[in-house]
Ligand binder design. Sequence first.
Ligand SMILES: [Zn+2]
Ligand SMILES: [Zn+2]
Length: 97
Amino acid sequence: MNKIKLENIVQKSVAHEHKYNALDLYCPECGQAVKQNAIATTYVCSGCRHIVLETDKYCRFCGGSFEGDITTEHHIAGRLSDDEFQAVKTAIENKTK
Ligand SMILES: [Zn+2]
Ligand SMILES: [Zn+2]
């Protein structure tokens, strides 16, 4: 058993002068984009896929021991290959620098 590191692209709200609703992608007042892509990292147990902490040695849900190496999975509305994910990640990082 091991830990799986999930790296997901998520939509983060950006600070904006006008009011908008949580699900809005563009400001209804000025049309500016109010969401930007960001990377969210979580860890799950490979046995039960519950969320665990990076530092956990045993799964708090199924008791499995995390002795294997951490593997990484990427999801963006379905599963991406590592190359596809890296391309998106690089684009996001360049944009937020
Ligand atoms: Zn606006
Ligand atoms: Zn588990």
